[in-house]
Ligand binder design. Structure first.
Ligand SMILES: Nc1nc2c(ncn2[C@@H]2O[C@H](COP(=O)(O)OP(=O)(O)OP(=O)(O)O)[C@@H](O)[C@H]2O)c(=O)[nH]1
Ligand SMILES: [Mg+2]
Length: 231
């Protein structure tokens, strides 16, 4: 089956077979996984994504929507992440069916809030509930959700304590990290390593997922946009 639907700023993408396969070195397993980054406006979804992709913090990210890929070696195993980052304004404008498609595409979810923005924290239970309803029947192990409190460097503006973050994650059966995408890259790395552990434990079965070969925008495109100020 091949499905196509439009992505803002991307032509289309195609459903292809995703596989858990062995590379030429039979001791190294490789897996692919789709990750959806969600959360309120301005919380640092793009900053966190770009940190993981490039280890850099570029400050302003505009309203770019894209799916990026990066592979990560975790304990001798390789995982290829496809990461869908979209602006929160698109989320609000979207119909439920688009949100539903994104959620069905994903194998795992990163829900970002800003520790300086209480409203961005308060929307998380609704988001988690939406995911759980859309993916009903699949155990939490098979649909990992990571809650990330970002902007940890802005402690003087803190509006959500780390204990509240931990408690909410515990209540919703999610993992939890507090990070600063601005300050360092290890927080973003930890988040994706945590997701990788879940995927390996769940051993994603080969199934039809949305492949993105040929349409993934490279990070050089991101920086090209920035250079021309047309971000
Ligand atoms: N101090 C600080 N600023 C951050 C951090 N992460 C992101 N920012 C800033 O917060 C603003 C929003 O970051 P984005 O990554 O664009 O936020 P977003 O969630 O992708 O926003 P939308 O795509 O519009 O929904 C930018 O000015 C970033 O530079 C952080 O960890 N610390
Ligand atoms: Mg963004």
């Amino acid at each position: 089956m091949v499905l196509r639907f439009p992505l803002r700023r991307s032509a289309s993408f195609t459903l292809e077979c995703r596989t858990l396969f062995e590379t030429p070195d039979p001791t190294i397993l490789t897996m692919e996984a789709n990750v959806l980054v969600m959360g309120a406006e301005n919380v640092g979804k793009s900053a966190l994504t770009v940190r993981f992709l490039t280890r850099r913090f570029i400050g302003e990210y505009g309203d770019l929507e894209s799916i990026y890929s990066r592979s990560l070696d975790v304990e001798g195993r390789k995982i290829l992440f496809h990461i869908w980052d979209f602006p929160s304004s698109h989320d609000q404008a979207d119909q439920d069916s688009t949100e539903e498609k994104r959620i069905q595409w994903a194998d795992g979810f990163i829900l970002v809030y800003s520790i300086c923005d209480r409203a961005s924290f308060h929307i998380l239970p609704t988001k988690v509930q939406f995911i759980k309803v859309a993916r009903e029947g699949q155990s939490p192990e098979k649909v990992p959700i990571i809650i990330v409190g970002n902007k940890r460097d802005l402690g003087h503006h803190r509006a959500v304590s780390i204990e509240e973050g931990r408690l909410l994650a515990l209540t919703l059966n999610c993992d939890f990290y507090e990070v600063s995408a601005a300050e360092a890259s290890h927080g973003a790395l930890m988040v994706f390593q945590g997701l990788a552990q879940h995927f390996w434990q769940a051993r994603l079965p080969p199934r039809r997922g949305i492949g993105i070969r040929g349409i993934v925008k490279s990070m050089s495109a991101v920086f090209a946009r920035k250079r021309t100020d047309s971000f």
